[in-house]
Ligand binder design. Structure first.
Ligand code: TYD
Ligand code: MG
Length: 492
């Protein structure tokens, strides 16, 4: 046995150092170094080795013009939201990381995908749950829409067989479950099964015989990912990795993997709400600002193709403190309900809480309303809430929130079927937002009567007016330039 080698790894960014350090020179975090035993090259079992002998082949430079590739070859999944975040489907040979907090639904999402891939042999490797647990979960998941023949997911599963048993699946594919954590054993099974798609749940549970440290440590996670990356590229088999991250993103793993993988998806949402958002953080094969929305049901995740309709509550009478904002998540317009509650503070210290919205930005909104419009909010408790448990960073909801705050403060409801899209500047001006036409179109589609937008969204007089023709919308577009003007129009 070779002499074991010890190194220290920053658990935050993966920086490697031969000796222990108090502060990481790379990410400036304190107390993040952990000793790990690494031992390279003495393992008798090989890492991923392709059947062919092309492994040692050295690449030669080629001219870009000489590189041929088959016209955009992607495998679409039955899940439209998932296709959207991937940029149109699964790219062969891609390595995709799906990160998220424990319990958010990563295993559910991936298992659902694995069960429903049409005409594909999927290997689902789990290091976290037993095959029986996975079977139980699979039973809960809603069966895929029955194929034309009408046959439903046949439960021809035999778990006494130690080999990965097929769970059956919709659309003619087959899903095999393998409960294993050693990468060498996984590759052995992959070689005999030859799957079209591999899912690893999760990367933190894997270990490679080439490295001595424990599963989940920086060096293990990195080595296992490197092996899977090699496998994916050499066989053109797409691999999905599930990775856990905690609230502050501190756990070793996904953070340091982001640069190794082709695509990083983040599954997020409030565990107490039913909506989950799958966000593209990085994508070598598509836009990185895409977003998929799901609803967590008793029988698995359901795609939400029209988010606006569910994020709006259907009230009979208008209430004060509630407005609708036209926001954009990625490329996707969405109408959301923005709520505010302003009440007299019972204690000396007024409370300010925002759910789904940045607290600093809320303080800014309150300061603008106080200074520019003369509302006395200093001694008031203010609570803001974005319904549905989603988090919005789009500044275009400023105007809707400001209107909600004043509506609650004055106890005057905002007229029905009114929505807002504008950013609030420090002087109380309403600033332009991006893709305003998409927002207007969405509001019109959902039957709104009027929308408030910034004057600065209109092209300057000298410019080509054709570029933005508001007359083609049959929704009342209120063009405003300052917050006072908005309140004048709303509350008279
Ligand atoms: P899971 O996929 O195990 O999360 P992760 O792999 O990210 O840790 O999902 C866990 C939660 O999802 C669990 O609290 C139960 C819930 N759930 C449902 O609500 N409906 C379902 O059909 C399934 C399978 C899970
Ligand atoms: Mg899981």
């Amino acid at each position: 046995m070779a002499k074991s080698k010890i190194a220290y790894f920053c658990q935050s960014c993966g920086f490697e150092s031969p000796k222990w350090l108090g502060k990481c020179p790379s990410c400036q975090q304190w107390n993040t170094f952990v000793e790990e035993v690494i031992e390279k090259g003495n393992a008798s079992v090989p890492a991923w080795k392709p059947a062919s002998t092309s492994q040692q082949r050295a690449n030669k430079p080629v001219q870009v013009a000489d590189i041929t590739y088959a016209e955009e070859h992607r495998v679409p999944t039955p899940d439209k939201e998932f296709n959207r975040v991937l940029g149109g489907g699964i790219v062969p040979g891609s390595l995709v990381l799906i990160g998220g907090e424990p319990g958010i639904g990563k295993s559910t999402l991936m298992l659902q995908l694995a069960l429903n891939m049409p005409h594909q042999k999927v290997l689902y490797v789990s290091g976290e749950e037993s095959d029986r647990q996975i079977k139980m979960r699979a039973e809960r998941l809603s069966p895929p829409p029955p194929p034309k023949g009408g046959a439903k997911n046949s439960a021809s599963t035999n778990f006494d067989d130690k080999q990965a048993p097929p769970l059956g699946g919709g659309g003619g594919g087959a899903c095999y479950i393998l409960t294993e954590t050693s990468t060498q054993n996984i590759f052995k099974q992959i070689e005999s099964l030859e799957p079209d798609l591999v899912v690893i749940d999760s990367i933190q549970t894997l270990h490679s015989a080439h490295i001595e440290s424990t599963p989940g440590s920086v060096s293990q996670v990195r080595e296992c990912t490197a092996e899977l990356l090699r496998f994916a590229k050499e066989t053109s088999t797409p691999v999905f990795l599930i990775g856990h991250i905690t609230k502050d993103g501190m756990i070793a793993g996904p953070k340091i993997l982001e640069h190794m993988v082709d695509t990083v998806l983040q599954f997020e949402g409030d565990r107490h709400h039913v909506y989950r958002i799958l966000r593209t953080i990085k994508n070598r094969f598509g836009s990185s600002s895409e977003l998929g929305i799901y609803e967590m049901m008793g029988e698995g995740l359901r795609e939400v193709s029209n988010p606006s309709e569910i994020l709006l509550s259907h009230r009979e009478t208008p209430l004060s403190g509630i407005t609708i904002s036209a926001t954009l998540e990625g490329m996707r317009p969405m109408l959301i309900e923005t709520q505010a509650l302003v009440s007299t503070s019972a204690y000396g210290m007024p409370q300010r809480t925002a759910t789904g919205f940045d607290t600093k930005r809320m303080s800014m909104l309150l300061a603008v309303l106080e200074k520019r419009c003369g509302f006395r909010l200093g001694a008031k408790d203010v609570f803001l809430n974005i319904t549905g448990g989603i988090r919005v960073e789009d500044p275009a909801i400023d105007l809707g929130l400001a209107a909600a705050i004043i509506s609650s403060h004055e106890d005057m409801p905002i007229p029905f079927k009114t929505c807002f899209a504008g950013e609030l500047g420090l002087s109380g001006e309403i600033r332009a937002v991006n893709r305003v036409e998409q927002r207007i179109a969405e509001a019109q589609k959902l039957g709104f009567n009027q929308i408030f937008i910034s004057k600065y969204n209109l092209p300057a007089s000298g410019q080509d007016k054709k570029r933005m023709d508001l007359s083609r919308y049959n929704i009342d577009i209120k063009i405003v330039s300052s917050i006072e003007e908005v309140f004048g129009l709303l509350f008279g």
